[in-house]
Design a protein. Structure first.
Length: 398
């Protein structure tokens, strides 16, 4: 049965008069999330107090919600767990993968990767010492850079700036042929396009949930470990909730079974409650339908912008099969242009040095929103409305 995007649109709160094209940075609030968090605060935290860990199922929530995410990324039940931040999960996955290839010393990534992933990789290499190093190459050069020195290939499937899409299956196969393991960051993939970590042979996958999965600002991250590695991967961050028996309070660490060992600290119950409610939106949604609709919307946007705004240069791949669910344009005054758009109710975002970024999320965006966004952008460019000092003044978050 085709996905009813009108029904999913009704499940979100979008302020009146706003065209929201920034779900690739922070998803809007699902209506059910507010009610669920309120119930968790009042009935569970308020009424049950500490009994909530058992009686409200708080302790099992990271794995239960992990399984719901697993359905969207092609991961078997029991191989995804939620909690902590994405940077922590990147570090965990990288450290575990590196330990499984002790005879090598290179973590390979690309220059389009999200800086935080690269920071975590560099920090891990510094901690490990003994010749470990992070090597980055241009995204299009990754395949040729995979050789026998590489221990771990760490890539974000969709480039956060341009939307360029890596071929997960092909690059994973190439890494495995060279004897390397893979860590895939799905921050801009999960909930945006069909992902199948099992079919692709991915060893580790991580991602955040506050973008296309709509868990709210600072929502918990997730980590997946392929079943073939689940009992061999030893977490560098050996937190007490990843222990085989946390409430035995042993002084020595024994890793839990499978994905449970990738838990670290106390789970953020209020944000997990919001994420659990947000996942309700995905019931009955086909990722193939989402992808087809996303491509149609983004293609319409590109055509409209290029026809009306010749000063903007497409930064994303023109082939929709080669990009994720976002479209980016370049302009030297990109920041000011985006502020002018936001002031007029069309919300995207800016990424240095010159990229205007727009996300297309069919769960709540349709043709009417795309047409309005194009019209407003055309007006801003034609009139020079962006050329104001207050639009050039940089805020802390761009």
């Amino acid at each position: 049965m085709p996905t009813d995007f009108g029904a999913t649109r009704a499940m979100f709160y979008i302020p009146e008069g706003v065209v929201y094209l920034d779900g690739n940075s922070l998803g809007p609030m699902p209506l059910a999330a507010a009610a669920r968090v309120a119930r968790t605060v009042t009935d569970e935290w308020g009424g049950l107090l500490i009994r909530g860990w058992n009686e409200a199922g708080w302790m099992d929530l990271p794995a239960r919600v992990g399984d719901r995410i697993g359905r969207l990324i092609g991961a078997p039940a029991g191989t995804v767990v939620t909690g902590d931040t994405l940077s922590i999960k990147v570090y965990q996955a990288l450290a575990s993968a590196a330990a499984l290839r002790p005879d090598r010393r290179v973590i390979l990534s690309d220059t389009g990767n999200f800086p935080s992933d690269l920071y975590m990789a560099d920090g891990l290499c510094r901690t490990l010492g003994d010749g470990w190093r992070l090597v980055t190459v241009a995204p299009e050069d990754v395949a040729d850079a995979i050789d026998a020195s590489v221990a771990v290939l760490m890539l974000t499937e969709v480039d956060y700036r341009t939307g360029r899409l890596h071929d997960m299956a092909a690059l994973t196969a190439r890494a495995h042929t060279a004897g390397a393991l893979t860590v895939w960051d799905l921050a801009h993939s999960a909930g945006a396009l069909p992902v199948d970590v099992t079919a692709a042979g991915a060893d580790f996958a991580v991602g955040c949930t506050y973008k296309y999965l709509n868990s709210g600002p600072g929502g918990p991250a997730f980590i997946h470990v392929a079943p073939r590695l689940a009992e061999a991967a030893r977490p560098a961050l050996s937190g007490w909730l990843g222990h085989e028996a946390p409430f035995a309070f042993d002084l020595d660490y024994r890793p839990g079974r499978g994905i449970e060992r990738m838990r670290v600290g106390t789970p953020p119950i209020l944000q997990l409650a919001a994420l659990d409610a947000a996942m309700d939106v995905w019931e009955g949604v086909s990722m193939a339908d989402v992808r087809a609709r996303s491509i149609a919307l983004s293609q319409a946007f590109i055509a409209g912008v290029e026809a009306a705004c010749p000063a903007l240069t497409l930064a994303s791949p023109r082939d929709p099969a080669a990009r994720g669910s976002q479209v980016s344009f370049r302009h030297p005054e990109g920041y000011a242009i985006m502020q002018a758009l936001i002031a007029r109710g069309v919300i995207g975002d800016f990424r240095a040095p010159d990229i205007l970024r727009f996300g297309f999320t069919p769960l709540y965006i349709g043709e009417a929103e795309v047409a309005r966004a194009v019209a407003v952008l055309a007006e801003v460019m034609a009139t020079g409305a962006w050329d104001r000092p207050d639009y050039r003044r940089r805020a802390k978050v761009t």
